[in-house]
Design a protein around this ligand. Structure first.
Ligand code: NAP
Ligand code: GLV
Length: 326
């Protein structure tokens, strides 16, 4: 029997390749940090039974239509907005992701970004490194308080709840907005209160975003939403760039409608608008939410394991479109 063929779209941790080898797959490894040109991607995918891909790979309906043998698309990330899941489902192709393993690392990074933005850490470090520091001054680089502040969490799933858990350590009051309220036991444990989004925006000192990118969450943080926030409030986004209307955010920061933003994600990555970079009140990171070595290596292995499971007739651990499974 010919072994199932898996296209690995970009450089991965070796764990992924080991898992695919152990499962007896034939591996077509594009071991490069640059993505494949669209035509090359299409021609290599045409021969593949499975795909291990990353959030920088647009897996479109056209690409899927041109891959007659494809049975598995395994994304090395929890978010999968780059994959046309509906097109995959119509073809019976199973899509998988890597939830859970990255929750704590992403929540850690969210708190780091919140603290860095509130207490102006990158600005302070740039000041010191540029040789400008000459003395202790009573009002040098003062920022806002994190302890005791109100944190509004938008999207109260795995990562949102892990952020709430960490916020308790800073004595923060936690509000959250989500379509479905969390069970009472979770609210009690995390001391978090469910409120409508508008109330959350009006009452929070920090607003942190943890929703997936869906048609209904695109530009959830709009001109109107930013207008509801307090002038001293800070927006933290470690979800997906298009959840925030970036032009509206730039205007809100420039006009002093809000005080700052900590951003790990952007609307058109890796492009970061010059206007954002020019603002000292913005802390900008290159989409490193889950970037601990251990976590990223495990994400690679999990995606490879699920891809191999599907191709060898076993159940994957993290299917996104369960309706494709027998
Ligand atoms: P999750 O467990 O599925 O949580 C997402 C939550 O968002 C769900 O509880 C969902 O609850 C809620 N939600 C969905 N639509 C909503 C809406 N319109 N308004 C309010 N809440 C809404 O996902 P997760 O594991 O926490 O991950 C969240 C996202 O973080 C991922 O999709 C990914 O885009 C992003 N992420 C980024 C990084 C990074 O490197 N920066 C790392 C990991 C993840 P309801 O459906 O009940 O509302
Ligand atoms: C990273 O952004 C992820 O969705 O895992």
């Amino acid at each position: 029997m010919t072994p199932p063929r898996v296209l690995v779209s970009r450089h991965v941790y070796p764990a992924a390749i080991g898992v695919l080898q152990d499962a007896g797959c034939a591996i077509d490894y594009h071991d490069s940090r640059d993505g494949l040109e669209p035509e090359k991607f299409a021609s290599r995918l045409r021969l593949a039974d499975g795909l291990v891909c990353q959030l920088t790979d647009p897996i479109t309906a056209d690409l899927i239509a041109g891959a007659p043998k494809l049975r598995a698309i395994s994304q090395i990330a929890v978010g999968y907005d780059n994959v046309d899941v509906a097109a995959a489902t119509r073809r019976g192709i199973v899509v998988t992701n890597t939830p859970g393993v990255l929750t704590d690392a992403t929540a850690d990074l969210t708190l780091a970004l919140l603290l860095a933005t509130a207490r102006r850490l990158p600005e302070a470090e740039r000041f010191l490194r540029s040789g400008k520091w000459s003395r202790w001054e009573v009002d040098l680089l003062c920022g806002g308080d994190v302890h005791g502040a109100t944190l509004g969490i938008v999207g109260f799933g795995r990562i949102g709840r892990a952020v709430a858990q960490r916020a308790r350590g800073f004595d923060m009051r936690v509000l959250y907005a989500s379509r479905t309220p969390a069970p009472a036991a979770v609210e009690a444990e995390l001391q978090a209160r469910h409120v409508p989004l508008d109330a959350l925006l009006q009452r929070s000192d920090f607003v942190s975003l943890h929703v997936p990118l869906l048609p209904e969450t695109r530009h959830l943080i709009s001109v109107a939403a930013l207008g509801r926030m307090q002038p001293h409030a800070i927006l933290i986004n470690t979800s997906r760039g298009p959840v925030v209307d970036e032009r509206a955010l730039i205007a809100a920061l420039e006009e002093g409608l809000i005080a700052g933003a900590g951003l790990d994600v952007f609307e058109d990555e890796p492009h970061v608008p010059d206007e954002l970079l020019a603002l000292p009140s913005v802390v900008a990171l290159p989409h490193i939410g889950s970037a601990s070595t251990r976590v990223r290596s495990r994400m690679c292995a999990i995606a490879a394991r699920d891809c191999a499971a599907i191709l060898t007739g076993n159940r994957p651990e993290h299917p996104v479109n369960r309706e494709t499974l027998p």
